[in-house]
Design a protein around this ligand. Structure first.
Ligand code: ADP
Ligand code: MG
Length: 147
């Protein structure tokens, strides 16, 4: 199943993330694809806000992974961009799909072998200025609450 949504500002994308934080089940992994500046990290910021995680969520590009434990439930934020071409097992699989929280992965194509079955893919496209398109792809049962 596929759902398409448009946001017209980063605030609207934050609100979309806040909503996702309320409806998505534990153990789920969200795969965020889209060019640099598409809005992947902005959406994660919204998810963090919806989970009552205080503080700034930054793109973890230089950390690869950040785990936020002080919200309503844990948030695992992975940015796999720098793992391109690195063929080393660094144990990320232990955190992906963390069963009492949500996992969000930016640039999932760089860790293809670690992508779990229980997931929603979110394809983000920059439509110019502040307009962004979000296409959610996944199981109907998982997507019914996203709209
Ligand atoms: P990515 O993680 O995909 O590289 P970021 O979320 O870090 O992207 O950056 C998105 C940039 O686009 C930010 O500067 C944000 O303010 C801006 N922006 C403008 N409109 C939107 C929108 N509708 N949704 C998300 N970000 C937007
Ligand atoms: Mg980012």
């Amino acid at each position: 199943m596929q759902i398409e949504l448009i946001t017209n500002s980063s605030t609207e994308t934050i609100e979309l993330g806040e909503k996702l934080a309320k409806v998505l089940p534990n153990g789920l992994t969200l795969l965020l694809t889209g060019d640099l500046g598409a809005g992947k990290t902005t959406l994660v910021r919204g998810i963090a806000s919806g989970l009552n995680i205080k503080g700034v969520v930054q793109s973890p590009t230089f950390n690869i992974m950040k785990i936020y434990l002080k919200g309503d439930r844990p948030l695992i934020h992975i940015d796999a961009y720098r793992l391109a071409d690195i063929n080393t097992d660094i144990g990320l699989d232990e955190y992906i799909g963390y069963e009492t929280g949500l996992t969000v992965i930016e640039w999932p194509m760089f860790i293809e072998k670690l992508i779990p079955e229980y997931k929603i893919e979110v394809q983000i496209t920059n439509l110019g200025e502040d307009k962004r398109k979000f296409v959610f792809i996944g199981d109907e049962k998982l997507l019914k609450d996203v709209k």
